[in-house]
Design a binder for this molecule. Structure first.
Ligand SMILES: N[C@@H](CCC(=O)N[C@@H](CS)C(=O)NCC(=O)O)C(=O)O
Length: 205
């Protein structure tokens, strides 16, 4: 029996947790890390006894230590001998990962704004985040056309999870329009088993 390493708390809709879930699968550690689904923003959430932050991903290690934050979880998977290594160490790949995390953070803000009642939404925030997403989307189109995001690492996982989130949970952003290379990249990424078994529920905004 392989040594058990920990338990990853996730919610099915979370793109951040999905990055880690796909990372566990792609790094070949699925038989050593179990998964546990939790609710969010809920005083009864299963993750709260392990993390006062109450967010996912949260990885509870065997000694009770809880790691939160996607990048810290990915770095720990590398430390546990996962292969391929996920966290980039060279500046171009680090920049590529950071670019997608910035996009995802902006989309999370945009999506949260859209979930408010119409009269409570801030038009300024909506415009800012849509503009940011389009700017980064155009840069990603150029990156991918030039051969970027080809290696399966944290940047790859984050890009697959972010675009996958937009397909099923943030349809407000028509990211494919005018971005054929990004569309082709996503279709290839979406064919991988780790992507297919972590699909979020459709709840398009
Ligand atoms: N910076 C964090 C972001 C994680 C995050 O925002 N997770 C969301 C789900 S997508 C969450 O748990 N939200 C619940 C809450 O805010 O209480 C990371 O990189 O892991």
């Amino acid at each position: 029996m392989p040594e058990r390493l920990g338990c990853l708390f996730y919610s099915t809709g979370s793109p951040y947790a999905r990055i880690c879930r796909m990372g566990v699968l792609e790094a070949g550690l699925a038989d050593r890390i179990s998964e546990s689904e939790t609710t969010l923003r809920d005083p009864a959430a299963a993750v709260l006894p392990f993390s006062p932050v109450g967010r996912v991903p949260a990885l509870v290690l065997q000694d009770g230590t809880t790691l939160t934050e996607t990048s810290l979880v990915l770095a720990w998977l590398d430390r546990m001998g996962g292969a391929p290594r996920l966290m980039p160490t060279e500046p171009p790949a680090m920049a590529a990962y950071g670019r997608v995390l910035g996009l995802l953070d902006g989309i999370a803000v945009w999506n949260r704004e859209l979930r408010r009642p119409v009269q409570e939404r801030s038009p300024g925030v909506l415009v800012l985040e849509e503009t940011r997403a389009n700017r980064v989307g155009d840069a990603l189109e150029r990156d991918v056309a030039g051969g970027g995001y080809a290696r399966l690492d944290a940047g790859w996982l984050a890009l697959a999870a972010t675009l996958g989130y937009c397909v099923r949970r943030h349809t407000a952003w028509d990211w494919r329009r005018g971005r054929p290379s990004l569309g082709d990249w996503f279709d290839a990424a979406a064919a991988r088993p780790a992507f297919q078994v972590t699909l979020p529920p459709s709840n398009g905004m």
